[in-house]
Design a protein around this ligand. Structure first.
Ligand code: COA
Ligand code: MG
Length: 295
């Protein structure tokens, strides 16, 4: 499986033509062209037409382009899915997923609308029900014809639904975040942290990126271009970590090491498990280097 860097994943309202254009020159790893929360009901259809045309026209380089559709139970959901299937983005992001059955329903709808195989499905994890059913949602990734590839935390919605208060710190969100990451990893999915609303506060943003990285997230969803550089920095493995990973791999590749489960590298115990982690670190670092070169 190819590793995609998803350090910085920028939302933009699908109704904002300027943002759709500007995104072509921004250093984000992925873009979410939104038809849902960021678009007013009066302009939903115009936004859909504009977003699908932009995706078809391309010009986004190595950036993954994702369309966030309205829920299937809204007046716009079916039309959004049909439009997205024809535009063939890298993924369709589905809001308010509550169960594995919801994933199955969208998977079938995408297939029926003729979405090409390359179009994956990403799921917003943003309701209490999603947190309760998180194992079943992630397990849908293993079903025949599955497209599920990534969880995206919707922390603003979770705050609204649970009445938690994250204004001091994210302790009240720990259960949601950890549950989603644990389920994602159990089924080979990526997981992206929620947005940081106060986009002028880059110090607070950096702290939250570090918190997300420590929890295990692959990257962060963003609302403003100013947030891209910090997310790219924090969610890339540091050079020292990459160098250490390369030393571990080299040590295990030494003749005579292949039969050993544990060896010593620079005076530290290293097991096969660490070599596996090291290979992932190097793979993501190489993928980032490759991506940053072309965009
Ligand atoms: N994507 C792409 N470009 C963006 C952008 C985004 N999310 N947000 C701002 N920009 C662009 C602006 O178009 C502007 O470009 P220009 O100067 O070349 O014309 C530049 O970045 C600076 O924007 P700024 O004036 O600082 O922001 P704003 O006050 O116009 O907009 C927001 C602030 C929050 C309304 C806007 O950033 C936004 O819409 N963010 C995304 C919201 C969203 O999608 N939410 C749904 C998921 S939570
Ligand atoms: Mg939402």
């Amino acid at each position: 499986m190819t590793i995609r860097p998803r350090r910085s994943v920028l939302y933009m309202p699908g109704s904002n033509a300027r943002a759709l254009e500007k995104a072509k020159s921004l250093a984000a790893d992925a873009l979410i062209l939104d038809l849902e929360d960021a678009v007013a009901p009066q302009v939903k259809e115009a936004a859909r037409t504009q977003v699908c045309a932009a995706v078809k026209a391309g010009g986004y380089g190595a950036r993954e382009v994702v369309i966030r559709v309205n829920g299937l139970d809204t007046p716009w959901g079916a039309g959004d899915l049909a439009g997205a299937a024809a535009a063939a983005p890298a993924a369709v992001l589905v809001p308010k997923v509550g169960s594995g059955a919801d994933i199955r329903r969208v998977t079938e709808a995408l297939a029926q609308a003729g979405a090409p195989e390359r179009t994956r499905l990403w799921a917003m994890i943003e309701t209490p029900l999603a947190i309760i059913n998180i194992g079943g949602i992630a397990a849908a990734a293993g079903e025949p014809g599955a497209r599920l590839g990534c969880f995206v935390m919707g922390t603003n919605d979770l705050v609204k639904e649970t009445r938690a208060d994250l204004s001091k710190d994210r302790r009240p969100a720990l259960y949601w975040l950890s549950a989603a990451i644990t389920a994602a990893r159990a089924h080979g999915l990526d997981a992206l942290d929620g947005v940081y609303n106060d986009f002028k506060d880059l110090e607070g943003f950096r702290r939250e990126c570090l918190d997300g990285r420590a929890l295990g997230f692959d990257g962060k969803t963003l609302i403003h271009p100013d947030q891209i550089a910090v997310a790219n920095e924090v969610f890339a493995p540091p050079e020292t970590e990459v160098a250490w990973a390369r030393r571990i791999i080299a040590a295990f590749d030494q003749p005579g090491s292949e039969r050993k489960g544990v060896i010593s590298v620079d005076g530290r115990m290293v097991e096969i498990m660490h070599a596996e982690m090291a290979r992932r670190t190097v793979a993501i670092a190489d993928a980032i280097a490759g991506k940053d070169k072309v965009s």
